[in-house]
Design a protein around this ligand. Structure first.
Ligand SMILES: Cc1cc2nc3c(=O)[nH]c(=O)nc-3n(C[C@H](O)[C@H](O)[C@H](O)COP(=O)(O)OP(=O)(O)OC[C@H]3O[C@@H](n4cnc5c(N)ncnc54)[C@H](O)[C@@H]3O)c2cc1C
Length: 466
C-alpha cells in the first residue's frame, strides 16, 4: 500500500504533512490531527500574547521553504517586525496554519491526493510487507505503507507525592494552560516547576489574579536564563571547540572544554554564544555518550543545561523580574515531599540549602514540570498499544522510544520497523534536542524526502514483478 499517514496535529505533524504534500505523489497523504486546531499543538495554541516564542523570529519557520516568511507574516499582523524580535507564540500558530493552508491549495491545484482526519489514531497494526493499518476514531481503518508518529509529549501525570484527596479537590491543576478552569481568585498560587512552561504559567496567573501571591518551586529553584536583547557575536573558536567536543572521551572532558571556552570567550561573545554554537553538534554529542553517562547528565547537569539552553525572551525575563521586585513572586529551591488536603492544599517541602521541612498552604497548585516522554508510564492509548504489541520500545531513560538516527522505530532487539517513523519529542532518547522548530523542520524535510523515495522504490519493484 502506497499511502502514508502522519499522526498528530501539532507543529511537527504540520511540518511533516506539508513537506509530504509537495513531494509525495505515490498515493494519499493522510493527516490524523486529533481534536485540537490542526497545526498549533500545545505550544502555539495559547491565546495569551504574553506567551512569547523563545526563539528569535528570524529562526522560526515550519518548512524549509515558505510561501512567505514568518517576519513578513507577523508584520502584516503587528506592524513592522524585526528578525531579532521574540513574538507571541499565537502569531506563530497563525503562521503555521497559513503555510499549511498554502500547501493544501497548491496540492489541490496539482491534483495530489490527501485527507485530513479530525479524529485521533487509536491503533496501529503491522501488515508485514504491506505496511500498516491505522485505526482512526472508533472503527475506521486506513491501510498505509508508511506512518509518521508526531504525537508530541505526553499529558502530565501527577507527581507521586500528590494524594488522591488533593487530586480530587479541584485545587491541583495538571494542565498549566487551563487556568480558566479556576474561576475564584486564589490567595496563593504555587507552580511546581521553574522551566519555560512554569514561567508562562506564572505570567498568566499574575495577570488573571492580580492580588495572588505566587510561589514557584523546583529542586534547584533555577529559572531559565534570559536571551540577550540583540544577537551576540559567535564565539570565534566555536568550530575548534565543537571538533574537540566530538573527539572527547566522555562527559567530564566535554564539560571542562565548555567551561574553559566560556572563561576564554572575548569581545561580544559570551557563554550564550558558546551554548548556541553547540547546537549543530548536540545530537552527535548525545549519541556519543554511553547509557551511564547519559543518566549522569540527566541527574546532575540537565537542570542547568535546560536553563542555559532554553532561555526566556528578554520581555519575559523583565516581567518575571518585576514580579520579584513587587514582592509577588517567590522562587524556592526545594523538593515537594507531599501535596495533600483540599483547598487550600497543604504542600510539604524540604528546602535544598537547609534540608528543613515546612508546610506551605496554597489555594491552587499547578504542575508545570516540563516535557514528559516516559511512554512506559504515560496514559497515551496509541503509544501504550504500540509498546504492548512490540511496534515501539521505550527508551531506557524514559526519553521517548528507541529509534534509528532517521527516526525509524526500533524493536527491543534493535530491529527497525520498516516504514514506521517518529518525529519530535518521542526521539529525545536518540537525539536529545529534537523538540524545537529549527530541528523539527529539518527532520520533517528529511523524513518527507525519505518516505517519498521509499514509496518510489516499492512502486518500481512492484512494476518489475512478473
Ligand atoms: C510552552 C512551549 C513553548 C515552546 N516554545 C517554542 C518556541 O518558542 N520555539 C520553538 O522552536 N519551540 C518551542 N517549543 C517546542 C515545541 O515543542 C515545538 O516547537 C513544537 O510545538 C512541537 O510540536 P509537536 O507537534 O511535536 O507536539 P505537540 O504540540 O504536543 O503536538 C502533538 C499533537 O498531537 C496530538 N496527538 C497526540 N496523540 C494523537 C493521536 N493518537 N492521534 C492524533 N493526534 C494525536 C496532540 O493532541 C497534539 O495536538 C515550545 C514548547 C512548549 C511546550
Amino acid at each position: 500500500m502506497a499511502d502514508v499517514a502522519v499522526i498528530g496535529g501539532g507543529a511537527a505533524g504540520a511540518a511533516a504533512f506539508g513537506e509530504l504534500l509537495t513531494r509525495f505523489d505515490a498515493g494519499t497523504v493522510h493527516w490524523i490531527v486529533g481534536q485540537h486546531a490542526p497545526g498549533r499543538g500545545v505550544a502555539y495554541g495559547t491565546g495569551d500574547d504574553r506567551h512569547l516564542l523563545n526563539v528569535r523570529a528570524s529562526a522560526m519557520g515550519v518548512f524549509q521553504e515558505h510561501a512567505e516568511d514568518f517576519i513578513q507574516h507577523a508584520s502584516r499582523q503587528l506592524g513592522q517586525v524585526k528578525g531579532t524580535d521574540f513574538l507571541p507564540r499565537r502569531i506563530f500558530g497563525d503562521f503555521i496554519q497559513a503555510q499549511v493552508g498554502a500547501r493544501i491549495d497548491a496540492a489541490r491545484r496539482a491534483g495530489r491526493s490527501f485527507r485530513i482526519h479530525p479524529e485521533s489514531a487509536r491503533e496501529i497494526v503491522s501488515r508485514g510487507e504491506r505496511g500498516y493499518a491505522v485505526r482512526v476514531g472508533a472503527d475506521r481503518w486506513l491501510e498505509v505503507g508508511q506512518v509518521v508518529l508526531a504525537v508530541g509529549a505526553l499529558a502530565q501525570r501527577p507527581l507521586r507525592t500528590v494524594s488522591t484527596t488533593a487530586l480530587a479537590s479541584g485545587a491541583y491543576e495538571l494542565d498549566p494552560w487551563r487556568l480558566d478552569r479556576h474561576p475564584s481568585a486564589p490567595r496563593r498560587v504555587m507552580v511546581i516547576g521553574t522551566g519555560l512552561t512554569a514561567v508562562d504559567t506564572l505570567l498568566s496567573a499574575a495577570l488573571r489574579w492580580p492580588h495572588a501571591e505566587l510561589v514557584a518551586v523546583s529542586r534547584h529553584g533555577l529559572l531559565p536564563f534570559t536571551h540577550s536583547a540583540m544577537p551576540l557575536a559567535p564565539y570565534a573558536r566555536q568550530e575548534e571547540l565543537n571538533r574537540a567536543l566530538l573527539s572527547s572521551d566522555g562527559a567530564a572532558r566535554m564539560f571542562r572544554l565548555v567551561r574553559e571556552a566560556m572563561q576564554g570567550a572575548a569581545g561580544d561573545a559570551e557563554w550564550r554564544s558558546i551554548i548556541d554554537g553547540m547546537r549543530p553538534v548536540n545530537a552527535q554529542l548525545w549519541q556519543q555518550l554511553s547509557h551511564a553517562r547519559r543518566r549522569q547528565f540527566l541527574r546532575h547537569v540537565r537542570w542547568v543545561w535546560e536553563a542555559a539552553r532554553h532561555r526566556m525572551a528578554p520581555a519575559t525575563g523583565e516581567a518575571i523580574n518585576q514580579l520579584h521586585e513587587e514582592g509577588r513572586l517567590q522562587v524556592l529551591a526545594a523538593r515537594v515531599l507531599d501535596v495533600d488536603g483540599t483547598a487550600p492544599l497543604q504542600v510539604t517541602l524540604r528546602e535544598r540549602s537547609t534540608q528543613l521541612v515546612s508546610v506551605l498552604e496554597a489555594d491552587l497548585v499547578i504542575q508545570a514540570t516540563g516535557l514528559d516522554t516516559a511512554v512506559a508510564y504515560g496514559a497515551h492509548d496509541l503509544l501504550s498499544q504500540l509498546l504492548r504489541d512490540g511496534l515501539a520500545t521505550a527508551d531506557p531513560l524514559q526519553l521517548g522510544v528507541l529509534a534509528q538516527a532517521d527516526g525509524q522505530l526500533l524493536s527491543a532487539d534493535g530491529r527497525p520497523h520498516p516504514g514506521l517513523y517518529a518525529i519530535g519529542s518521542l526521539l529525545r532518547g536518540n537525539l536529545w534536542e529534537c523538540t524545537a522548530m529549527p530541528e523539527i523542520r529539518v527532520a520533517a524535510h528529511r523524513l518527507a524526502v525519505r518516505l517519498s523515495q521509499a514509496s518510489l522504490v516499492s512502486r518500481e519493484s512492484a512494476s518489475e514483478l512478473p
